[in-house]
Design a protein. Structure first.
Length: 175
């Protein structure tokens, strides 16, 4: 992809995230194009349907999570990652709800597998540092990750509830 096309694609995705976060399902591709500073035809060249645009947003969000997890580490990396993830979940609510409503099947086994690998590395480092019990396994951590995100997405958690919930979970992970 040419450099200008890559820039346009990134601007479109940035604008789409903002539009759907603010306007929810009422967000239009025309508004996305306006905010991205491109013609609506440019949006459709990159993303022929709104579902394609939503799927691309979700793929990019998952890729960011993998990068973030890879940049964290040490004794508290897993805790920092879970805290960040739960905080982000509420902010991305509109996009996730739109994906669920539209029935988009992302077919992301590689991306999800990479996220699982990144979380496994954080878990291993925390266990080696003694901040997470050696009995805790990756399936439990992934289940907690999904559950916490679902709670933040659908439970209307405010910051205080999120912090208290994470404190309980983190206490349960300790040795």
């Amino acid at each position: 992809m040419r450099a200008d096309a890559q820039r346009n694609r990134a601007r479109i995705l940035d604008a789409a995230e903002a539009v759907f976060a603010e306007l929810g399902p009422g967000g239009s591709t025309e508004e996305v194009a306006r905010r991205a500073g491109v013609a609506v035809g440019t949006v459709f060249r990159h993303f022929p349907t709104k579902d394609d645009l939503l799927a691309a947003i979700m793929k990019r969000l998952l890729a960011r999570l993998i990068t973030e997890a890879g940049e964290l580490g040490g004794p508290d990396g897993l805790f920092r990652f879970l805290t960040s993830l739960v905080a982000q979940a509420a902010g991305k609510r509109s996009v996730v709800e739109l994906l669920a409503r539209s029935g988009i099947d992302l077919h992301l086994p590689d991306v999800v597998g990479n996220l699982r690998d990144a979380v496994a590395a954080l878990l291993s480092q925390a266990q080696e540092a003694g901040t997470v019990s050696p009995e805790v396994r990756l399936p439990e951590v992934m289940a907690l990750l999904v559950s916490l995100c679902q709670g933040a997405l659908h439970g209307g958690w405010d910051e205080q509830l999120r912090d208290r919930t994470l404190a309980v979970v983190f206490k349960g992970l300790e040795p």
